[in-house]
Design a protein around this ligand. Structure first.
Ligand code: GRF
Length: 205
């Protein structure tokens, strides 16, 4: 069975939701480990309560992108048998950029959730970016991770209408609801071998 690792840095609501959906919807994956780069990430306790092993690989204060740190992640992932052959890595609010070496190692096996309709509003504070731009619709995206920032092949997206009186918080809340719908769906598609990448386009079956 596919061994999945979920990488977090904070609250972990997407992580919690994926773990619960795996059980409820019988998604054929083994939730092997939750890894945080922040020792005080709230999601760690939630994962433990749900019976999933947790590990902390504390980050070095840099924004990321360095193999020195990422090789420590690989050691932990190997310990839990999350491998390039039978693993899936779900980034869920993991606030670090991964190095090209790490991405190459797990090519096609790293997913991320982003709170905007990519390629609009990549990077940080996407909800604020959307409000400031004045778009009428935004949403969220599950995509494969490649070497760029939020540039990998798009698997699923969900659209959210922006209200005139939205604040960053109210908009983020409605987007999060949609995130919780599409991330488990994408994991299920991957686990069932239903995603085929042609060029940079994932074809879903
Ligand atoms: C989510 O909005 C996700 O889209 C972004 O970081 C946030 C993580 O929230 N990448 P949570 O930790 O899953 O609650």
């Amino acid at each position: 069975m596919l061994n999945i690792a979920i990488l977090i840095s904070g609250r972990g609501s997407n992580m919690e939701n994926i773990l619960k959906s795996v059980k409820k919807n019988k998604i054929p994956v083994n939730p092997a480990v939750v890894i945080s780069n922040k020792p005080d990430a709230k999601g760690l306790k939630i994962a433990q309560k749900l019976g999933v092993k947790t590990e902390i690989v504390e980050s070095d204060g840099l924004k990321g992108g360095n193999w020195e740190y990422d090789s420590k992640l690989v050691s932990i992932l190997e310990k839990y048998k999350v491998t390039p052959q039978n693993g899936l890595i779900c980034l869920a609010g993991f606030m670090r950029i991964l190095s090209p070496e790490f991405i190459k190692h797990y090519k096609g096996r790293i997913l991320n959730i982003h709170p905007a309709i990519l390629p609009s509003f990549p990077g940080l504070h996407s909800q604020k970016q959307a409000l400031e731009y004045g778009v009428k619709y935004t949403g969220c995206t599950v995509h494969f991770v490649d070497e760029g920032i939020d540039t990998g092949p798009i698997i699923l997206q969900s659209v959210v209408k922006v209200k005139d009186d939205d604040t960053e918080e109210t908009l983020a809340k409605r987007i999060l609801k949609q995130e919780h719908k599409i991330y488990p769906k994408a994991v299920k598609l991957f686990a069932n071998g239903k995603i085929k990448i042609v060029g940079r386009k994932p074809i879903l079956s």
